[in-house]
Write a protein that binds this ligand. Structure first.
Ligand code: GUN
Ligand code: FE
Length: 454
């Protein structure tokens, strides 16, 4: 049956934070799921037996390999028109001056549809096969993001942003309207019965949402078994303000804990300035963290101690956080996470840096775990969805030129070097787009054409 496909070549995924799994062999995909994995010898003997005569065969060359699709655990689709602009103010001023005025424009679903279509395509081009998105306050506008993700077959968690505390931009709803709109949004997304897209409850942060709203939102999350996402402890002024308006709470984390939104289906972005006590509370509740290094430096929020968060048994994935972050690519987030953590180490915090293998883990299976999607994606294992990127190190126009290597091209070391180079200097030109275009998560019968091989 068309739609059934066998890849022959090299496959790499991260099993543990410190352990990459490199395989040379075959990987069989049937109707979008990985159904068999084996060695080249096993493949040859099965072919001799005529077992797979009706499968499409894709033989990767020695400069190509498969990795799991990237997971962006935190980004703001409506903020893409501002990417690279207005980064001269710290968080609260930046929101007021640049972000809320832009987001208000998404009351127009036509504008929303135009932007969101481009955003989803941009992320897929960069290898982000799964994204956890903030939309805006608007029901219709955010529904356009759902439609774009479904249209382009991106796996997505999508939240209609909730806010009920007054701001200068008049960009908020009263509590009852907001709760009704969120429930309507959740029901509408669930109506699509699409395996790829889920609604996510999205209180913007404790500066924009009071306890009454957050209580109501946590009830909706419980009722529909939804994930929750928000921001926590990103910037010192933000933390001060949150404690000022919640005088009975000792910490930012406690503010969220009071409204029961902290649980093992909750992901919090940033977590730059958490105390040990707050980290223990998050770990205890099973909350995961989206580490957004680009945004944290661009908005001068701080250097996030990502190693300390990991060591506190909190599941961590990476986020681009556009447009606080200035880059839509998870490859950039990987590099920025290495740089930020190395800056902390260079300033004297021992053993805080992440190496490239660890950052690759966070970008793939770490993100999948942080979004509770690791039963479906993140690694190459039998039974999982085939959600992969085909990497070609020497693709046309690649930043990486071919040089004869002294490493044996048939060795694991050689393959490791290819991945190391992709992680450090690769970009979308090294991601073979045909594989993405033919829809990796949901290969439908007759919809998968053979990938041209070099
Ligand atoms: N905190 C609340 N809203 C936002 C946002 O849009 N971006 C960032 N970086 N932080 C936030
Ligand atoms: Fe954010």
């Amino acid at each position: 049956m068309a739609g059934n496909i066998i890849f022959i070549g090299n496959f790499i995924h991260a099993d543990l934070l410190t352990e990459l799994k490199l395989r040379t062999g075959f990987l069989k995909v049937e109707d979008g799921k990985i159904t068999q994995i084996g060695t080249l010898q096993e493949y040859e003997s099965l072919v001799r037996d005529g077992a797979w005569s009706n499968f499409k065969i894709n033989r990767l060359n020695e400069h190509q390999f498969l990795i799991p699709g990237f997971v962006d655990c935190h980004t703001h689709a409506p903020q893409f028109p501002n990417i690279g602009l207005g980064l001269d103010r710290p968080l609260l001023e930046w929101l007021k001056k640049y972000t809320f005025p832009l987001e208000k424009q998404y009351s127009d679903p036509k504008f929303a549809s135009k932007v969101y279509d481009k955003v989803v395509k941009r992320l897929l081009t960069n290898g982000t096969t799964t994204a956890c998105y903030f939309g805006t306050l608007h029901f219709e506008g955010t529904l356009e993001l759902v439609k774009s993700a479904i249209k382009h077959k991106q796996r997505a968690l999508i939240g209609k942003v909730s806010m009920n505390i007054k701001n200068d931009a008049e960009y908020y709803n009263d509590t009852q309207t907001e709760l009704a709109e969120v429930e309507k949004f959740v029901c509408k997304v669930l109506e699509y019965e699409n395996d790829l897209v889920q609604p996510v409850i999205t209180p913007r942060f404790a500066v924009s949402c009071n306890q009454e709203l957050m209580d109501g939102l946590s009830d909706i999350a419980m009722k529909y078994n939804c994930r929750t996402q928000s921001h926590i402890s990103e910037n010192q002024d933000e933390i001060e303000f949150v404690l000022q308006i919640n005088p009975t709470c000792k910490s930012y984390t406690e503010v969220y804990d009071q409204s029961k939104i902290l649980n093992n289906k909750c992901i919090m972005a940033h977590a730059v300035h958490l105390s040990d006590h707050e980290m223990a509370l998050l770990a205890n509740k099973g909350v995961s963290v989206a580490h957004c290094p680009a945004s944290n430096t661009r908005l001068r929020s701080g250097l996030c101690p990502v190693r300390r968060i990991i060591n506190n048994n909190i599941t961590v994935g990476l986020g681009t956080d556009v447009s606080g972050g200035d880059n839509a690519s998870i490859l950039d987030a990987i590099r920025r996470s290495m740089d930020v953590s190395m800056s902390l180490e260079l300033q004297g915090t021992k053993d805080s840096s992440l190496n490239w293998k660890e950052a690759f883990y966070l970008a793939t299976v770490g993100g999948a775990k942080a979004l509770n999607l690791d039963e479906k994606i993140g690694t190459f294992n039998i039974g999982k969805d085939f959600d992969a990127l085909l990497i070609d190190i020497y693709a046309d126009n690649s930043q990486i030129d071919y040089y004869e290597s002294s490493t044996d091209p048939n060795s694991k070391e050689y393959l490791m070097e290819l991945l190391e180079r992709f992680i450090h200097v690769g970009d979308d030109r090294n991601i073979v787009q045909e594989l993405l275009d033919t829809q990796i998560q949901n290969i439908k019968p007759n919809s998968f054409t053979e990938i041209p091989m070099a």
